[in-house]
Ligand binder design. Structure first.
Ligand code: ATP
Ligand code: MG
Length: 340
């Protein structure tokens, strides 16, 4: 069988529509997604139901339309190709909710209480009593994954436990009713987390320490000039630290000129280069990296309505998948009492 006739494996991945994407997202997930779409059928989910598990206020909901479009602009601008990647909005596919309901019967409450991310989210967001929705969130994720019958799910180490719940649900369903679902596997990334512009904390859209993919040249310049470097170094003639210095972390990630970076590092260690020169070269590197990203964004911005068409098309494709999956489930379960 030649490659072209072999069925490509499927991948599910996605983001909550809570704001613009930044360089951390690029390093952590986007670069990988751009690569994966060449080899797999990728389904990319705008996870608005997931957002509700921790942000259910109407103000958040009213922001979804704008955030979802921005998210899709970010995807396209880094090279996610809508011909290769199916982009869709979770809540527009009603079968997600139907599958979620059926799956919720196949997992126990204590099992979900043992998922480590639940405690983490409760701790981080100071939640004393989780909603049933937050508790059962891994089941919703299983519904997303298995609706498209995905084989692989790229996740960070922290989400491994959710994939395990998904596998257990698939196994349980197949045991009880017949083989409908693949046991999706996590594609665990080992990329380091990108630090924020002030060092220490990871780059995060809510910590005011992010360089966004949509930032213009001047904004990048200002953010880099304000970056933290080595706090123990007072003068440009003091020997400095390169390790753990965010400016050099970014040089390593975004400056393709390895010789320049090596030279800057060597001089920094000796105390023969100032922060300003290191930062100016970094500004150039990041702006060079963002140049094609900005060009693609401008192309898509010039075609009004295109984003909505892409979302609508992707949602239609996934709705068809959802109907098929629900059909297979009902058939296997014997829930075929009446014609719909
Ligand atoms: P929020 O402030 O709303 O938590 P965030 O900027 O931390 O937003 P998330 O939406 O929590 O971003 O992240 C989604 C995914 O993006 C993460 O699971 C991770 O894979 C990736 N990611 C986010 N920030 C970084 C980062 N700084 N470095 C590497 N990967 C990141
Ligand atoms: Mg976060």
């Amino acid at each position: 069988m030649s490659d072209s006739t072999a069925k490509r494996k499927r991948i599910l991945t996605g983001d909550r529509p809570t704001g613009k994407l930044h360089l951390g997202h690029y390093v952590g997930t986007l670069a990988n997604r751009v690569r994966l779409q060449e080899e797999y059928d990728v389904f990319l989910l705008v996870a608005d139901y997931h957002m509700l598990t921790t942000r259910s206020g109407k103000d958040h909901i009213l922001d979804v339309a704008r955030n979802a479009r921005e998210l899709v602009f970010d995807y396209l601008s880094v090279g996610i190709n809508p011909e290769k990647t199916t982009i869709y909005v979770q809540s527009l596919v009603p079968e997600v909710a139907e599958i979620f309901l059926l799956f919720s019967m196949l997992v126990t409450v204590p099992r979900l209480q043992r998922v480590p991310t639940l405690k983490e989210v409760m701790h981080d967001l100071h939640i004393e009593n989780p909603s049933a929705g937050l508790l059962i969130y891994p089941v919703l994720q299983a519904a997303d994954i298995l609706l498209v019958r995905a084989d692989l799910v790229p996740v960070g180490k922290d989400q491994e436990s959710h994939i395990e719940v998904c596998r257990e649900i698939a196994r349980r369903f197949n045991q009880l009713y017949g083989p409908v679902f693949p046991e999706a596997e996590g594609l665990i990334g080992d990329v380091a987390t990108l630090v924020g512009t002030y060092g220490k904390a990871k780059m995060s859209k809510s910590l005011n320490n992010a360089i966004f993919l949509s930032d213009d040249e001047e904004t990048v310049r200002k953010k880099v000039m304000k970056m933290y470097t080595d706090p123990t170094r007072l003068r440009a003639t003091d020997p400095g630290n390169v390790k753990g210095n965010p400016v050099f972390t970014y040089h390593d990630a975004f400056n393709p000129d390895v010789d320049e970076v090596d030279d800057l590092k060597a001089r920094y260690l000796k105390g023969t280069v100032g922060d300003v020169e290191v930062k100016k070269k970094l500004i150039t590197a990041i702006n060079n990296f963002l140049e094609p990203v900005r060009a693609r964004r401008a192309e898509y911005t010039a075609k009004p309505g295109l984003i909505d068409d892409i979302i609508q098309h992707g949602t239609e494709v996934v709705t068809r998948e959802g109907r098929e999956t629900v059909g297979l489930m009902r058939e296997a379960m014997g829930m075929t009492y009446f014609k719909k």
